[in-house]
Design a protein around this ligand. Structure first.
Ligand code: ZN
Length: 364
């Protein structure tokens, strides 16, 4: 079998062929978030032979992920393996020709520039609106395509952003003005207030819904990478797999002629400093970052301190500890500490309380 034989079935497609396959092999996709959408999109793009995948996720695998996050196993959940790392190991087994770069990091205004550098497009696998607006700002400011996607309960939606400001000077994917689209902020000017939208924890989610969204996103990514920009689905496509209602909203008419982002060129989310704490979607947990100027942390010292406060559980690429205390809500308290200096404090959603736990663990 030659390296290309494995792609025979998709190279038969007129839209791909040998030239398209070669382009896929030179392509690079930034997968922002490796959960229900990111695992499926990464799997599809890896098997399709996209040359480089940059996978970024801040969290670890949990048992409730396994129903829909197809790259993970029970062993990953029991070991609290960081999602990006678990995905990298699994993808290497599916297609060893693909270069997978995995980062266990928060995507924020300080990190996105280096994380996404050199990528041809951005695929949204996120679970929160703050980071989506950051991706939208970054994509519009650099002229790189952004593929938005979301799914909750039995409903999913997907939409491409090809900036009306046009492709950036260094962007590899180029498009005509006629192929440009509004941005996320044209359609949804401000992020919904935290807690105002249903989450996968409160409303549930069907695995086939997020897989359908991710498959649609991955398909648009392949069209862009092979250079068939005209074939991209330039609609806000939404569907309910339970009630069988499908909608396809033309987005051109939703363009905001005065959009602060894709018309005025103000990138408020990219310019704002990263939040020092963040309540995590559907997790009864808060993420805490180290203070500004600190990068990385001595995990051995943290492990020693945690051992004095509770029990350490072995975890790959992170430290997980269960504390001998209860949160203000009366829940058990667990901590996952990452080498980049972040911690996820589980057991409550009060940022001040979580910051106190963090400071004790890192020795302040
Ligand atoms: Zn806009």
């Amino acid at each position: 079998m030659t390296d290309l034989d494995r792609y025979h079935r998709q190279m038969r497609l007129p839209g791909i062929g040998a030239e398209g396959q070669a382009r896929l092999g030179r392509g690079s996709v930034f997968i922002a978030g490796c959960g229900a959408l990111g695992t499926v999109a990464a799997d599809l793009l890896c098997r399709a032979g996209v040359g480089t995948l940059v996978i970024v996720d801040r969290d670890v695998v949990e048992s409730t992920n396994l129903q829909r996050q197809t790259l993970f196993t029970e062993r990953d959940a029991s070991r609290s393996t960081p999602k990006a790392e678990a995905a990298r190991l699994r993808l290497a087994q599916a297609n060893s020709n693909v270069r997978v770069r995995a980062f266990v990091e928060e995507i924020d205004s300080e990190t996105i520039g280096s994380l996404a550098e050199g990528c041809d497009l951005i695929l949204d696998g996120l679970d929160n609106f703050e980071t989506r607006y950051l991706l939208n700002d970054f994509a519009v400011s650099t002229g790189v395509p952004y593929l938005y996607g979301a799914g909750v309960a039995t409903q999913g939606m997907s939409m491409p952003v090809l900036s009306r400001r046009g492709p950036g000077s260094s962007a590899t994917i180029r498009w005509r003005d006629a192929d440009a689209t509004p941005c996320l902020r044209c359609l949804f000017p401000t992020p919904p207030p935290a807690g105002s939208t249903p989450t996968c924890e409160t409303a549930g989610v069907l695995g086939s819904v997020t897989m359908t969204v991710a498959a649609h996103q991955a398909t648009q990514a392949i069209k862009l990478l092979v250079g068939d920009v005209g074939a991209v689905d330039r609609t806000l496509r939404s569907f309910d797999l339970w009630t069988n209602v499908n909608r396809s909203l033309g987005i051109a008419e939703s363009a905001d002629a005065d959009c602060p982002c894709c018309v005025r060129g103000r990138f408020e989310h990219l310019d704002a400093p990263p939040a020092s704490s963040r309540i995590l979607c559907g997790r009864n947990a808060v993420q805490i970052r180290g203070k500004a100027g600190e990068s990385g942390i001595d995990l051995d010292a943290v492990a020693n301190r945690l051992a004095g406060l509770g029990t350490i559980e072995a975890a790959a690429g992170s430290i997980r500890g269960r504390l001998n205390e209860r949160s203000p809500d009366g829940d058990p308290v667990s901590v996952v500490m990452f080498a980049d200096g972040r911690a996820i404090i589980e057991g409550g959603t009060d940022p001040d309380w979580a910051r106190g736990v963090f400071d004790r663990i890192v020795g302040r």
